[in-house]
Write a protein that binds this ligand. Structure first.
Ligand code: ADP
Ligand code: MG
Length: 592
């Protein structure tokens, strides 16, 4: 059996099992009911897997979006007489708009402010639902119509089972498609820090908003279904407690895996039902004791299995096939190299102060097309800070930077990336859990266009093949062709730096900024890197290189700029720098 077929087998089995489950004679009605609730929760949990597990944004407020979908349909069916099917677009629209509004305000919050923000709006929407007269206050709205098909009402648990689980399957497919695409990689790259993603042209604020709205839409879909399964709505299922349960499902099942959301929803829903039966008998009085167990469970998972339980199941399944790379996919468009010898980058009195510390002190120099320029100086000299000024990661205190004659100081990092300036980072910024190939493909983000919807519908495969082929080509170029499918975190640190060069090359840069690329490389790896940089220069690439290995710098560069304590103390050819008394003084403390 081919690897591809083998990796599909578990899915086919799972789908068939779901399809026949309600039809199996002797399966109690109650189990089917429970399975329906599992499906509803799965939708919310899948959204949270993408938002929290993949995008790194923790939301306690997801239940409020379920409420939006549910209340929208409740109002439209009971007050305006619409059929339940007809309200779906409205339920999604109202949830989506609300998510957009909330997302614009909260999705950009960082650290623990975002979860706190989600708790805040989670609680406020609960009270809002409970205090609006038209929504029936805390009693809610009852007497909602059931779904119906051709005049038959889908009232029994067996009948609503299918609309619910078909929705879940669609959500799984769309979500997996989305993750496995240009936009999905942009969202997954948020994990590697927004600095790296922005430096390759990813609009991280937009990526966050997209995933926030998408997760809310899945919750709204669940709410719409819920309203007509339950046929009544009231505020309590949409409160903060429910929000915490949904989060537990996502975390427990597997925070990085779409199907993990379904697993988490299954475990939590079944466990809750069992605990509600057993605990009051054990303890002797009624109460929501299951919340205590859930709290303990959440802490245990975060301590013992950060990735949730899905990876344990994944380990038992056939390994998914490696991504296929279509080497004959048409190459991506290529930028015209700048004229050799013409000024490409001019830095004029660039200055960066951190409080009282002058990290970069009015530094000026020029990089010409087709040159390799070395930027050297002791630790703390301001080299990396200067890189951050040139690439828009930091704003300069004063001074000007011109690239191809135009000012780029003050531009955001992703606009500078668009101009064709790519970089690597002294402290490697790859997503450790993503494959080397996919990390590098992020470098090509700006060279193709596919958006969210076309990715979910798989209309992006042509462009996707071109991006992956480019990533594979650049990895082969830097000598990492054998490591395409390994997680980036499994490479040696030196190799990770080289993978960052491949990612930078994927941007098709005219100017390449390398921050200590040879650190951690063995002797012959350094030789290979030197060979690569020479070939790049021969192909018309311009390179600004920070490096401590003097042999490496002296042999490779055309021109060297020396920084000490933020100040430029010398510049010139390698030969001139090697004998410059001030440089020797700075490096060797004046020893002859
Ligand atoms: P280099 O790359 O040459 O080793 P850096 O540019 O990393 O030097 O650092 C230059 C100086 O600026 C150092 O003294 C460092 O501590 C300081 N520095 C760098 N980044 C920051 C920051 N974000 N906030 C405050 N100080 C910083
Ligand atoms: Mg540095």
């Amino acid at each position: 059996m081919s690897a591809r077929l083998k990796s599909w087998l578990p899915r086919v089995v799972a789908i068939l099992a779901i399809a026949i489950f309600p039809l199996i004679p002797g399966v109690p009605e109650f189990w089917v009911t429970l399975a329906g609730y599992i499906g509803l929760s799965s939708l919310v949990a899948i959204g949270l897997v993408l938002l929290t597990g993949v995008g790194g944004m923790t939301s306690f407020g997801q239940a409020a979006f379920v409420g939006f979908g549910a209340y929208t349909s409740a109002v439209l069916t009971t007050k305006f007489g619409l059929s339940p099917w007809a309200t779906l677009p409205f339920a999604l629209l109202s949830t989506g708009l609300m998510a957009l509004l909330i997302g614009v305000v909260t999705a950009k919050l960082s650290g623990h402010y975002l979860p706190l923000g989600t708790i805040a709006w989670g609680i406020s929407f609960f009270y809002m639902f409970g205090n609006i007269e038209a929504l029936g206050r805390y009693d809610g709205i009852s007497g909602l119509p059931a779904f119906s098909i051709g005049g038959t009402s889908l009232i029994s648990a067996r009948a609503v089972f299918y609309p619910i689980w078909i929705s879940v399957l669609i959500a799984v497919v769309l979500s997996e498609n989305l993750l496995d695409s240009r936009m999905g990689r942009a969202v997954r790259a948020l994990r590697g820090g927004s600095v790296a993603a922005e430096s390759f042209g990813v609009d991280t604020a937009r990526a966050k908003l997209v995933i926030f709205v998408y997760a809310a839409l899945l919750a709204g879909l669940a709410g719409w279904l819920y309203a007509h399964v339950q046929r009544s709505v009231s505020p309590s299922p949409f409160g903060i407690n429910a929000g915490i349960e949904y989060l537990l499902m996502a975390v427990l099942g597997g925070s990085g895996y779409v199907v993990g959301g379904v697993l988490g929803a299954t475990i939590v829903t079944v466990l809750k039902d069992q605990l509600q039966n057993i605990l009051p008998k054990l303890i002797g009085t009624g109460g929501n004791f299951e919340s205590i167990v859930f709290g303990i469970l959440m802490v245990a998972v975060l301590q013992l299995a950060r990735q949730g339980l899905w990876p344990f199941i994944l380990a038992l399944l056939p390994r998914p096939a490696d991504k296929t790379i279509n080497a004959s996919a048409p190459a991506l468009s290529h930028r015209q190299a700048p004229d050799r010898g013409a000024p490409l980058l001019s830095v004029d009195k660039a200055r960066k102060e951190f409080g009282g510390l002058v990290a970069v002190n009015d530094v000026s120099f020029t990089v010409k097309g087709g040159e390799i320029v070395g930027l050297i100086g002791p630790n703390g000299a301001g080299k990396s800070t200067l890189f951050n000024l040139l690439t828009g990661v930091l704003g300069a205190t004063s001074g000007e930077v011109r690239y191809r004659g135009e000012r780029i100081d003050g531009m955001p990092a992703r606009d500078i990336a668009k101009q064709g300036i790519a970089r690597t980072f002294q402290h490697v910024k790859l997503v450790a859990s993503m494959s080397v190939l996919e990390n590098v493909a992020i470098g090509a983000h700006l060279r193709t266009r596919p958006g969210v919807v076309s990715s979910m519908l798989r209309l992006d495969r042509g462009e996707e093949a071109r991006m992956l082929a480019e990533a594979a080509r650049q990895l082969q170029r830097v000598g990492l062709g054998e490591h395409l499918h390994k997680p980036a975190g499994s490479l040696a640190l030196g190799q990770q730096r080289i993978a960052e060069i491949a990612r930078a090359l994927c941007l098709d840069p005219a100017l390449l900024l390398l921050d200590e690329p040879a650190a951690g490389l063995r002797f012959n790896e350094k030789q290979q890197l030197a060979g690569l940089l020479s070939r790049l220069r021969a192909d018309g690439m311009t390179i600004l290189l920070v490096e401590h290995d003097m042999d490496f710098v002296m042999r490779l560069t055309d021109h060297i700029v020396v920084l000490v304590f933020g100040t430029k103390i010398a510049e010139g050819t390698p030969a001139a720098i090697a004998t410059n008394p001030q440089v020797l003084e700075a490096y060797l403390g004046g020893v002859e």
